[in-house]
Design a protein around this ligand. Structure first.
Ligand SMILES: Cc1cc2nc3c(=O)[nH]c(=O)nc-3n(C[C@H](O)[C@H](O)[C@H](O)COP(=O)(O)OP(=O)(O)OC[C@H]3O[C@@H](n4cnc5c(N)ncnc54)[C@H](O)[C@@H]3O)c2cc1C
Length: 416
């Protein structure tokens, strides 16, 4: 066993773990990152056809962390968000310019973001990065954490003052720490891909709820000209997933048109799709002795409202900020961990309640709820304070906003 004791061991080099490694660059801390997939594989497979909506706060952070410059094209700005529900009255149109901003955030293809983070990881100085390295056991020993890491045929033990579980929904770290999690199966399956429509997006995102779950279009940038290409999601009941997965392009396009309607015009082409079962997982605690959870390991959300990664990134930025402030102290101290749990509590609770509430309420066909929903959408459209709250959530400015996620120059800011 090696006697080196790392300040921080990050388990999981997905979007959140890799972002944490980037945010700790230059902190002077001795950081190790272990990821079970091999380095040659992008952290998001090319087959993943999702478009990720990144909040303005996340874009601020990625700009500051030097990640955005590795994207093949800049994120497509989301300037307006239109929300409606099939069969209910009332719609909401949120406009970024009402809040003194150009955009609520931007859209990037998931594999492009994964590749950009990989490219940035390669540039980091001093990161001890082990790919193809899987955590198989974790224990506490003599005041530090010891992690057994399986790599090819060999098993090595890594010691650290703090272990970060960024290892996704099935988190081995969470299980090894004995942290319970509550789960909920939405019994829905989401298909993500791209679609070309007869009308240009011009920065408009559409969120349309139906009794079978949400359908959404996100603007995609293809250059300086107005783009007719959107990232799309189409949610179906889990039982219908095999049938929808087997549809050809024309069949999927017809389904999307029927579910979404004609607000973006006629759909004329669709790209390849990826399918995703929808489950919620919420860890009952974020911290244990010399360990924290973040990202999907801490909370896996319904993707409605595009909050999951944005929230996980704020987990990572917050921990990085606390670790930098405590740079000459013990990175796994009880005080630091308590501060992390406390700083994440409000943002986490609000974002989870928003995503879960929206997912459950909008897919319930009961008649009294329809009336309530119509009233709620009407109120959202008419009451400025409610609209402002929704807008600040969409921009990622919730709770204690980490320094790196704040606007670089003073601008009009929506109260959270
Ligand atoms: C259809 C869909 C659309 C979405 N759209 C959006 C959106 O628009 N905006 C948004 O903000 N969020 C969105 N999300 C949520 C977002 O994708 C997730 O929140 C985010 O990817 C979570 O990243 P993570 O790094 O926490 O977890 P993961 O991506 O699961 O990464 C975990 C990593 O840990 C590694 N690992 C696992 N076990 C071990 C081990 N034992 N040892 C070492 N490594 C290990 C894995 O290989 C993996 O690389 C969407 C989700 C879905 C399903």
């Amino acid at each position: 066993m090696n006697d080196r004791i790392h300040d921080v061991l990050i388990v999981g080099g997905g979007l959140v773990g890799a972002s944490l490694a980037c945010a700790l660059d230059g902190s002077g801390l001795d950081v190790a990152l272990v990821e079970s997939e091999s380095a040659r594989m992008p952290m998001i497979a090319d087959a993943d056809a999702r478009s990720l909506a990144l909040a303005a706060a996340s874009l601020n952070a990625f700009e500051a962390l030097g990640v955005l410059r590795h994207l093949p094209a800049p994120p497509a700005p989301i300037r307006r968000i239109h929300v409606s529900r099939r069969g209910d009255f009332g719609t909401v149109l949120l406009r970024a310019d009402e809040y003194g901003r150009d955009a609520f955030g931007g859209v990037v293809p998931a594999p492009a973001l994964g590749a950009a983070l990989q490219a940035r990881l390669v540039e980091l100085n001093g990161l001890h990065h082990l790919a193809g390295a899987k955590l198989v056991a974790l224990r506490e020993c003599d005041g530090v954490r010891e992690a057994d890491i399986q790599r090819a045929d060999a098993c090595v033990t890594i010691k650290a003052r703090l272990v970060v579980g960024a290892d996704g929904t099935g988190s081995m770290v969470r299980k090894a720490l004995g942290i319970d999690a509550t789960t909920h199966d939405y019994a829905q399956h989401l298909f993500a891909g791209s679609v070309r429509a007869s009308r240009p997006s011009d920065g408009q995102a559409w969120e349309r709820f139906t009794e079978h779950g949400p359908v959404a279009l996100l603007p995609r940038s293809t250059g300086p000209l107005p783009s007719n290409t959107y990232g799309c999601i189409c949610t179906v009941p889990a039982a219908a997933a095999p049938r929808v997965a087997a549809l050809d392009d024309a069949g999927f396009m017809a389904l999307l048109q029927e579910r979404f309607g004609w607000r973006a015009g006629r759909f004329v082409a669709v790209g390849r799709r990826s399918g995703h079962p929808l489950r919620q997982l919420v860890a009952t605690r974020l911290i244990a002795t010399r360990a924290v959870l973040m990202g999907n390991a801490a909370q896996t959300l319904h993707p409605i409202g595009a909050q999951g990664f944005n929230l996980g990134l704020r987990d990572a930025l917050t921990l990085a900020e606390l670790l930098r402030d405590a740079c000459d102290g013990d990175t796994g101290s009880d005080a630091l961990l308590a501060a992390y749990a406390q700083r994440r509590a409000a943002d986490r609770a609000q974002t989870m309640a928003f995503s879960d509430g929206l997912a459950r309420m909008t897919s319930n066909p009961a008649l009294p709820l329809r009336a309530l929903r119509s009233m709620a959408l009407g109120a959202l459209g008419a009451i400025p304070e409610l609209r402002a709250r929704l807008a600040s959530g969409a921009m990622g400015f919730r709770g204690v906003v980490p320094q790196l996620a704040r606007d670089p120059a003073p601008q009009a800011r929506v109260a959270s």
